[in-house]
Structures are given as C-alpha cells and as structure tokens.
Ligand binder design. Structure first.
Ligand code: ATR
Length: 283
C-alpha cells in the first residue's frame, strides 16, 4: 500500500466470516492493480454514515452483504436497471463521487453455471427451488438467457407467487410459480434444477430440498450452497447421472463482476476461486 492505493471493501453485519477480502486482494495482486480491500462491520443504524464515509474517503468500490442489500439503495445516486428489478444491491461503484448500485449475484450465478455446467441455457426448462433473497437475482438473470420455461417453487406458496408476479411486471420475466406438490413432475422434465433454499447447508448436511431421484439423468443439478462444497442434493444427483454445479462459482463470479466494474479489467477468476478454495481446505 502507498498513497495512491485505491480503497475497496465489504459492509455487512456479521462480516467476520466473509471470504471477499481474501478473494479480492488476490485479484489485485494477480492483476497488479494498486488496490486494497477490507471488511467492515456496519450496524444497520449506521449504514448511511458508512456510505457517506465511502464518499468522503474516496473509496472506489464497496460490496454490500446481509443485512444491507435492500436498505443501502436509499443512499445511492443511481441504481442499475437489473439491481432495480431485483430490488437489492451488492456492489457500489464510485464514479467520481456519484455512487451507482449494481447487483452481481444473479449474473455471477449464471456466468458460473454456463462456464462450469451448461453453456447453453436458451430453450432449456429450468426449475428454481426457493423464493428468498438469493432466488430473486437468479430468476432475473436466468430469464435473460431465454429459457423455454422458468418455474419457481417455494415451501411458502405466497412468496413464490409474489416473486414471479413481481418479476413478470417489472422486467417481463417468464418466471411462473408452481406449487411445492407439483415439483416432482416439474423436476422429471427439467434440464436444470437450482436449489436456492438453505436445505442441506452445514450442519444439516444430509438434508435435500427435493428427492434427487426426481431429476433426469444428464440434467444439471445446481446448488447455491458452498458449505459443504458438494451438498447431499448434488452428491445424490451425480450418482443418478446428473451434471452437478456447486455454489462456490456464484460467489467467485459475483466478485469477478464487481472487480470488473471497479477496475475495467478482466477478473482473474481462476486465481480468485483458488484463493477461496484454499481458505476452505486449509491448503
Ligand atoms: P436467502 O436470502 O439466502 O435466499 P431467505 O430469504 O431466508 O434466504 O430464504 C430462504 C429460502 O429457503 C426460502 O425460500 C425458504 O422457504 P420459505 O419462504 O417457505 O421460508 C427456504 N427454506 C428454508 N428452509 C426450508 C425447508 N426446510 N424446506 C423448504 N424450503 C426451505
């Protein structure tokens, strides 16, 4: 670091477990960008002050994580169209004092899915499990790939219905809500089944959101969870002959897009992934 080092960070609460500093600092080292990235624990009542601090100190970029992704929007000067449709911001770019909010979660997920599991999503039948915060960005980004169908199912029907309706009105999405009871049939036909629920996350590692036997061999089973790296859902789907896609890629590529928005340079995604993986496996 020197007096020209450009500052970046992530704000959230809690933030102590974030892998973003390790990953982004590796990206700066790898590309020779004179930047540094730190984690800041920001209480909800001080969110406005934190954003003002970013302006005052001339930070070029911030990532925003739980619980601030929605509330931070009120403090920004502009919101990208995608982030507006999703209703949440995870990346802020400081354009000479003008703070612009983006959402790289959904597009990060889709880039990872295409690079790691299924390069062509157009014309595919896609089922999304869960209708929480993570599902919003993913549905928005998947819709842009022109799938044949995009079905969303949630344990609580009202949330799936509200989400599909919201995206349909706002961004012309084809996403359609189905009942949890209709999932078996939908999964039997699907080319891609994505779990955005927390079912199967450590410590409940033996649980699966749906019966993996419902998936057809050759289909893609995708899980946003990255702890464990391979969930029981993915493990069992793979045993059935499915292609599997874990959640680490989404994390890496949401960060890769943020890096690219901030620096204008291609992100060193392989090195970023290696850094996060090493922090998990202790290598
Ligand atoms: P995130 O922001 O990570 O998506 P969230 O907004 O809390 O987290 O959403 C969690 C999702 O997991 C929801 O879709 C939730 O379903 P409900 O809306 O019915 O609560 C889903 N989920 C959590 N536990 C579940 C379970 N045991 N079975 C099915 N779905 C579950």
């Amino acid at each position: 670091m020197d007096s020209n080092t450009v500052m970046y960070g992530v704000i959230g609460d809690p933030i102590g477990h974030s892998k973003s500093p390790l990953m982004q600092n590796r990206a700066f080292r790898e590309t020779g960008v004179n930047g540094t990235y730190a984690a800041f624990r920001v209480k909800p009542e001080r969110l406005g002050e934190a954003v003002a601090g970013m302006r005052a100190l001339g930070f070029r970029g911030l990532n925003v994580t739980i619980p601030h992704k929605v509330d931070v929007m009120a403090y920004l000067d502009a919101i990208d169209e995608g982030a507006m449709a999703i209703g949440a911001v995870n990346t802020i770019v400081n354009e000479n004092g003008r703070l612009v909010g983006y959402n790289t979660d959904g597009i990060g997920y889709v880039r990872s899915l295409k690079e790691e599991a299924e390069p062509e999503l157009a014309g595919k039948k896609i089922v999304v499990l869960g209708a929480g915060g993570a599902a919003r960005g993913i549905l928005w980004a998947l819709n842009r790939e022109r799938p044949a169908s995009l079905l969303v199912a949630n344990r609580t029907w009202d949330k799936a219905k509200a989400l599909a309706d919201h995206l349909g009105e706002g961004s012309g999405s084809i996403a359609k809500a189905i009942r949890w009871e209709e999932l078996r049939e939908a999964c039997l036909e699907a080319d891609v089944v994505v779990n955005t629920t927390s079912v199967g996350m450590a410590p409940n590692v033996s649980e699966t959101p749906v019966d993996p036997a419902w998936l057809k061999p050759g289909a893609v089973a995708s899980d946003l969870i990255y702890n464990p790296l391979t969930t029981a859902f993915l493990q069992q789907a793979q045993e059935r002959g499915c292609r599997i896609h874990g959640g680490l890629g989404m994390f890496v590529y949401q960060g890769a897009y943020a890096f690219e928005y901030w620096t204008g340079q291609p992100a060193p995604a392989a090195a970023m992934r290696e850094e996060v993986l090493a922090s998990f496996t202790g290598k």
